[in-house]
Each structure stands twice: as structure tokens, then as C-alpha cells.
Design a binder for this molecule. Structure first.
Ligand SMILES: [Zn+2]
Ligand SMILES: [Zn+2]
Length: 299
């Protein structure tokens, strides 16, 4: 705690024992308006000692974060903030969330080779030709088996894991959100076999699985991936996990991140796997993460 920064209204003081939020979007993402200092102040207030700023980078010119910012500007903004906040209770890492698809894998590879981040998330988002696009998902789902419906998403996840380009696979199973309400989280939970090739690819490649709490703010109200999938990943031999709130707003900073931590504890994980530039680290998962007192949060 420090007296140097204003106490933010609405910030809860219960969220101790959250050592890291590794997925945050600032006003350098097209879908966020949050200044980096807002998250830093919240982290200090809530006793979260380390955060990673992971603004979007897209590679298809039709996607919103295509050339939205320059790398140099993002790096300077985050590094300057890290200096401003050094010694004040929060360490700020410079990361990115790169949108992966096989169609532009060569561009992602060139980006990762050229630029230096502390930490890189690879995420599969809805892509312009995808069958999950809002205008076509309903007709795509009609008359298809669950296996056929999920195949395009998991094919990209498997390729992302095998690409070797990323520290972490972001928000696995976000496809639930694209399929809602035609396909429910319950229906997907009944077919864990359909996810296993993706979990196996993640395990075999050594990439880290993120447990992203943003799904708790959407219909289905589950983390991405769900607690059951986290447990299955562990059973299959998965060892590397990390957590992130994927906040795009002040209200969703570290929101319900304790639930992600609890899923890890329940599955038997004792440490997060994270990268701080050249340094790969394990961070202890705290025992007895308290219940979240924050509810009704929206991005
Ligand atoms: Zn994402
Ligand atoms: Zn994100």
C-alpha cells in the first residue's frame, strides 16, 4: 500500500494472494480505453505485484488491431510506465496478444523474430472467413455434428501450439462464446474427447495453457478453459499454466481471477509458468486464494 496514489473508487481490497495478472489490454488495443496507469494503480491497491500488458496485434488487414499501433510506441509506453511504477508495488511486463491463424502464420513468425517482448500470448480469435462469424455461425451449426462444428477452431489451436511461436495459448475454448446460444457450454462439456487433441498438442509442444477469467463475464459463465478442462489437461500430463483476466476495462481488471487460481489449485498445480524477457520463471500458486468479492463486472 502506498499513500502516493489515489484510492480508486470501487476497488476491492480483498484480492490478496493474486501474484500475477498476465493478460491486460490498454488504450493501445482498439477495444480498450484504459490508460496503463489505471491498471498499475489498481494492482498496487489490490496487492497484485506483477502484471503483463498484452495489447492486441492482428495480422489480417480486416481485423481491428492490424497496424493499430506501432511496436515502438507500445514498447515505449509500457517500459516508461514500468519505470514510473518501479518500487511502488507493481512490476509491469511488456507483452502482446498475437492473433494466430495458419493463413498468416508467416507474418506472425516474422513479427516474433523481429520484435522483443517479455511475454507473448497466441490466441485464436474469430477470423474474417471463419464459420463462427456472427452472420454465418447460425447456418454453419445447422445439421452439423459437434465434432464438425468445433474442428475449424481446434485445427487453429493445434497449429498455434505446434508453431512454437508463443509462450502461452490464450483463452482456450473461447469458441464457446462464438457458438452461444446455438451450442451451450453444457453440450460442449459432454464431449471432452473433442478437446483432447488440442490439449495433447499443447502438452507436447510445451506451450503454456492460460486460464482466462474473462469467460466468467459471458454467457456460460466459465473460465476459458473450464475447470474440468484444466483438470483434464493435468491428468493428461500438462504442467504449464498461467492466468489472466483479459481486462479491457477498469472494472474488469483482475476480475474474478481468484477463480482461475482456484481451478489451478483444485487440479493440483502449484506454480504458474511465465516469461520475463530472457528469464523463464515459476511463480507459486497461492494456497487458499480468497473468494472474489467483485461481482457484476463487465468488460
Ligand atoms: Zn483474445
Ligand atoms: Zn485479450
Amino acid at each position: 500500500m502506498t499513500a502516493n496514489f489515489p484510492v480508486l473508487p470501487g476497488v476491492d481490497h480483498q484480492a490478496r494472494n493474486v501474484p500475477l495478472d498476465a493478460h491486460l489490454h490498454t488504450d493501445q488495443s482498439p477495444d480498450s480505453t484504459v490508460h496503463i496507469d489505471v491498471y498499475a494503480a489498481q494492482a498496487v491497491e489490490r496487492g497484485i505485484p506483477e502484471i503483463a500488458i498484452t495489447d492486441h496485434v492482428d495480422f489480417d488487414p480486416r481485423d481491428p488491431a492490424f497496424e493499430y499501433t506501432r511496436y515502438e510506441d507500445r514498447e515505449r509506453t509500457v517500459r516508461d510506465a514500468a519505470e514510473r511504477w518501479a518500487g511502488k508495488g507493481v512490476v509491469i511486463r511488456f507483452g502482446a496478444e498475437l492473433t494466430y491463424n495458419r493463413r498468416w502464420e508467416a507474418d506472425v513468425r516474422a513479427h516474433v523474430a523481429r520484435y522483443r517482448y517479455d511475454y507473448v500470448i497466441g490466441s485464436v480469435h474469430d477470423w474474417p472467413e471463419s464459420p463462427y462469424w456472427p452472420s454465418r455461425v447460425r447456418s454453419f451449426v445447422q445439421g452439423r455434428s459437434l465434432e464438425e462444428i468445433l474442428e475449424p477452431y481446434y485445427a487453429e489451436i493445434i497449429a498455434a501450439a505446434r508453431s512454437g511461436l508463443f509462450d502461452t495459448i490464450g483463452h482456450l475454448d473461447v469458441v464457446k462464446r462464438y457458438l452461444h446460444p446455438m451450442i451451450t457450454a453444457e453440450q460442449l462439456a459432454e464431449r471432452p474427447d473433442l478437446q483432447e487433441p488440442a490439449l495433447q498438442a499443447i502438452i507436447e509442444s510445451g506451450v503454456v495453457l492460460e486460464v482466462n477469467s474473462s469467460g466468467l463475464r459471458y454467457p456460460g459463465a466459465e473460465t476459458y478453459p473450464s475447470a474440468a478442462v484444466v483438470a483434464r489437461y493435468r491428468q493428461l500430463g500438462g504442467e504449464r499454466v498461467v492466468v489472466g483476466s483479459d481486462a479491457h476495462s477498469r472494472a474488469s481488471f483482475a476480475a474474478r481471477l481468484e477463480e482461475s487460481y482456484r481451478h489451478l489449485t483444485a487440479a493440483g498445480f502449484e506454480a504458474l509458468t511465465f516469461r520475463r524477457g530472457a528469464e523463464r520463471v515459476l511463480i507459486d500458486v497461492p494456497r487458499g486464494t480468497p473468494d472474489s468479492t467483485v461481482d457484476a463486472l463487465h468488460t
